[in-house]
Design a protein around this ligand. Structure first.
Ligand code: AMP
Length: 315
């Protein structure tokens, strides 16, 4: 039996399905989670379907979360999308369900769940959810198509990153036919506040780059406060160093109110997720995240990026 059939079979066995995603959601987390939830509601109107996981920060134009009691988990099927590691699942109540399905496109470092569908070839988890709906001939509403398209656009940097395949474009093209306003959606995903625009000037001015294209910048609490920016607003700043021709791989170190640093790593070539894993993180080969307890640890991470870039240039 194909994995899509196995998943559908499990879905059919439950009257209540609760869909989770990862903390600090991005468009793919919300797109895959809420796109799937909407597809399930449309195709199985007799089932109760919930999407949960706390605040969606600046992404409320995509979807809002349901608030549910612990009791609802009893006898439920829980599906988690776009989340590689169980500790990163938003809302730890995911474990209270009867059965658990993992659907993801990150390396399967933490194979949690009773049934897993992990496709690291997919550009995004939203692409996998679209594959699921197409394979099982499930009805897709205009809004579900919009959500899945948002996830694909978000995780591919609007079809820029190498995870974009001909299949990704095919899926995106099919989704576009459901009639949602893609121009409006792209603008919503792309637009930044004036404060973030000003901070991007700071980022470009203060980015340090070595001779091999290893770059880094610190966004400490003082700078974030000065520009009126929260951690969740930094997402649109992270890709910016990559637009510079000489930059090959980079880190954006974002100081958290508690004092530790959220490390956001990106690369145009050298594989960086093994480095991320060594610093309480993980992710994709060219887009990862980690944590550092202080500036010294950030410098240590940057030094490792420098070595990766140096070795990559020698190849
Ligand atoms: P971010 O910089 O938060 O956008 O993360 C980039 C990629 O790295 C995403 O695919 C995340 O799932 C992954 N990632 C970020 N932080 C972590 C972490 N602490 N542990 C595991 N994976 C992470």
């Amino acid at each position: 039996m194909t994995i899509t059939k196995k998943i559908l079979q499990m879905i059919k066995q439950y009257d209540r399905i609760i869909v989770h995603r990862h903390m600090r959601p991005d468009p793919d987390a919300l797109g895959s989670q809420c796109g799937l939830a909407e597809i399930l509601r449309t195709n199985f109107p007799d089932k109760e379907v919930y999407q949960v996981g706390g605040p969606v920060e600046g992404l409320a134009f995509l979807a809002e979360m349901d608030e549910i009691t612990d009791q609802l988990y009893e006898g439920s099927l829980v599906i988690v999308t776009d989340t590689a590691n169980a500790p990163r699942i938003s809302d730890e109540r995911y474990a209270l369900g009867d059965k658990l399905i993992k659907i993801d496109h990150h390396p399967n470092d933490d194979p949690y769940g009773d049934l897993l569908w992990v496709n690291t070839q997919a550009s995004s988890c939203s692409e996998i959810i679209a594959d699921f709906a197409f394979a099982e001939k499930l009805a897709i509403t205009e809004n579900a198509a919009r959500l899945l398209y948002a996830g694909i656009v978000g995780d591919t940097g609007r079809f820029l990153y190498p995870a974009t395949t001909s299949h990704t474009l095919l899926v995106a093209a099919k989704l576009l036919d459901y009639g949602f306003d893609a121009t409006k959606l792209n603008r919503e995903i792309d637009q930044i506040s004036l404060d973030v625009a000003k901070l991007s000037g700071y980022l470009y001015q203060n980015l340090q780059i070595d001779n091999n294209g290893a770059g880094y910048v610190f966004l400490d609490q003082g700078i974030l406060k000065k520009y009126g920016i929260k951690d969740s607003d930094t997402a649109s700043l992270v890709p910016l160093p990559g637009t510079i021709d000489v930059v090959l791989a980079w880190a954006v170190f974002v100081e958290q109110p508690e004092g530790y640093y959220r490390v956001r790593l990106r690369s145009k070539g050298p594989v960086i997720n093994n480095l991320a894993k060594r610093y309480h993180g993980g992710g994709h080969p060219l887009a990862s995240g980690a944590n550092a307890k202080d500036q010294a640890m950030c410098q240590e991470i940057y030094h490792e990026i420098q070595i990766l870039c140096e070795n990559y240039r020698k190849k």
